[in-house]
Each structure stands twice: as structure tokens, then as C-alpha cells.
Design a protein around this ligand. Structure first.
Ligand code: SF4
Length: 172
């Protein structure tokens, strides 16, 4: 039986995720419509299709978890998938997609220096700096309060999976 996550862990991670999500969208809305709508489409995909393939198969479906309460969001949209274990492939694809989606405003900012696609003013440059701080803090807190304490061995990013890999290496 996996341990339950303290609600404060979910709320702390949510408190860093939500401002970064909206600040990223605001920066893109102000600078590049192309990247703004790409940002919207990717995040809608993560919060729907991602939940369908990842959270429906997770033991924390419908429960508090470090990843922003997505287990609860999933229960609002989809039934649990009792036919299989944790969807590792979908979890890895989603981890990469979430990193790219989170950094889309930064990618647009870098491309903006070429004078193409996006037009960043002083305010937007400052906001990108704040976003980078929020994203870095969010990643460190999520790893520190979530993955590095997680007993979900099927998820390749969890503490349990890393311990299993270390045991395998030692046994070789
Ligand atoms: S731990 Fe990850 S996969 Fe499991 S419910 Fe939370 S967000 Fe979904």
C-alpha cells in the first residue's frame, strides 16, 4: 500500500505552478500570438489527454499528489483505468511535454532576440526573469517534496524507481 501524500505538499507545488502557468500565458499574449495559442493547445492537451493516459492508471488517481492535484482533476473527467498498471511510456512523454510547455515563453523570448516571431519590451524581459525564477523554484520543490520521496516504483522518476535501479546496478 503506497503512503498518502500530505495535502500541504500538493498545495505548495500548486502555489508555484499556477502563477508560472498564467505568467507564461500572459508573457506570450503580450508578445506572440503564434506561441500563445500553441501554449494554450499544449496545456489543454496536458490537462486532458495527459490525464487520460497517465493519471487514470496511477495509484494516486483521485487523491492528493505532488503534481498539482492532477489526480483529482482526472477523477472529475475520467473513470479510473483498472485494466492496467501505471502507464510508464505516457508518464515519460508527458514529463518531456510538460517541460517544453513550461519553457515555451522562454523559447519565444530567445527566438525574439532574432527580431522574428516575438517582440519583447523591457517589461516582458523582466517578466521572463520572474518566470524563470518561478519555474526553477517549482522544479526544485516538486523534485524535493515529490519525486525524491515517491514510492511509486513504476514511475521512472520516483525515489523507489531510482533505488531499484541502484540495487540492480549493485547486483550486477
Ligand atoms: S502522481 Fe502523477 S500520475 Fe499519479 S495522479 Fe498524481 S499527477 Fe497523476
Amino acid at each position: 500500500m503506497l503512503p498518502r501524500w500530505p495535502r500541504r505538499v500538493m498545495l505548495l507545488n500548486l502555489a508555484l505552478f499556477i502563477p508560472a502557468l498564467f505568467l507564461g500565458g500572459y508573457i506570450l499574449w503580450q508578445t506572440t500570438q503564434l506561441f500563445f495559442w500553441l501554449y494554450i493547445v499544449v496545456w489543454v492537451g496536458i490537462l486532458t489527454v495527459g490525464r487520460y493516459f497517465v493519471c487514470r492508471t496511477c495509484p494516486y488517481y483521485g487523491q492528493d499528489c505532488p503534481t498539482y492535484g492532477w489526480g483529482h482533476l482526472t477523477r472529475l473527467m475520467f473513470r479510473r483505468d483498472e485494466t492496467r498498471g501505471f502507464n510508464v511510456a505516457a508518464g515519460v512523454i508527458e514529463f518531456a511535454t510538460t517541460i517544453v510547455a513550461t519553457l515555451l515563453p522562454v523559447i519565444a523570448w530567445v527566438i525574439g532576440f532574432s527580431g522574428k516571431v516575438a517582440d519583447f519590451g523591457t517589461t516582458e524581459h523582466i517578466l521572463v526573469g520572474i518566470l524563470l525564477g518561478l519555474v526553477a523554484a517549482g522544479f526544485v520543490v516538486h523534485q524535493g517534496t515529490g519525486c525524491s520521496k515517491c514510492e511509486l516504483e513504476e514511475c521512472p522518476f520516483s525515489k523507489a524507481a531510482q533505488e531499484k535501479r541502484r540495487r540492480l546496478v549493485r547486483s550486477v
